[in-house]
Write a protein that binds this ligand. Structure first.
Ligand code: ADP
Ligand SMILES: Nc1ccn([C@@H]2O[C@H](COP(=O)(O)O)[C@@H](O)[C@H]2O)c(=O)n1
Length: 206
């Protein structure tokens, strides 16, 4: 099998990374394609109490097991299957199950820090940064985390002020400089998405 095409999608929380990745995934669903979410590679915290887990700074790169993500990407590149962790946001740790992922022609890897970590970055053939205004991202996150991630309004606000916002400015926003393409407004940016799909098609048919 030829080396897979690896596409990295970075951006702040609720910027639209998953939405953009899903559109690219759907556009190439006639080929073999995998979508890996860096969130599944948060450190395993099953040995910690819930009180300790709540205190973790999930917006610092050290909260991620990037070593495992890189190992998994390299295995997929060599044609081996992996057992991907599955993250549980309500428990702040990996769930008991893993998901078997087989090697595919295209791999999309999306997450806050996929452009921040040099070892991940150098595996990427196309580097995308999804950008949305901070206030819009905060509103989206508030809605999402209270409906889908089992959080209270107060906890989302406190976490945003204490860690999400400052860590975004320190570790996520600066990685925009590594992007091949910055996509403002994420999934609604039809022109940028069309350009990306055209470019991916041209690489695949080369
Ligand atoms: N362009 C957009 N317009 C409106 N809502 C959006 C847009 N992009 C994302 N959303 C919504 O915002 C939330 C976060 O989007 P998501 O793609 O999961 O972001 P991320 O993966 O960067 O955290 C989701 O509920 C999603 O439906
Ligand atoms: N236990 C956790 C783990 C992560 N988070 C937050 O998730 C955000 C990253 O996911 P996106 O889909 O928004 O990119 C990140 O900002 C962490 O704060 C969490 O709250 N709890």
């Amino acid at each position: 099998m030829n080396k897979p095409l690896i596409i990295g999608v970075a951006g702040g929380t609720a910027s639209g990374k998953t939405s953009v990745s899903r559109i690219l995934y759907d556009a190439f669903s006639d080929r073999t394609i995998t979508l890996l979410r860096q969130d599944d590679y948060y450190n395993d915290q099953s040995h910690m109490t819930m009180e300790e887990r709540i205190k973790t700074n999930y917006d610092h790169p050290l909260s991620m097991d990037n070593e495992l993500l890189v190992t998994h990407l390299k295995k997929l590149m060599l044609g081996y299957s992996i057992e991907k962790p599955v993250y549980d946001y309500t428990q702040h740790t990996r769930s008991d199950v893993t998901e078997k992922i087989d090697p595919t022609k295209i791999i999309i890897v999306e997450g806050l820090f996929v452009l921040e970590d040099v070892k991940i970055r150098e595996l990427l053939d196309i580097k995308i940064f999804v950008e949305s205004d901070d206030d819009i991202r905060f509103i989206r996150r508030l809605l999402r985390d209270t409906t889908e991630r089992g959080r209270t309004i107060d906890s989302v606000i406190a976490q945003y002020i204490e860690s999400v916002k400052p860590m975004h400015q320190e570790f996520v926003e600066p990685t925009k400089k590594y992007a091949d393409i910055i996509v403002p407004d994420g999934k609604t940016n039809a022109v940028a998405l069309d350009l990306l799909i055209t470019k991916i098609n041209s690489i695949l048919s080369a």
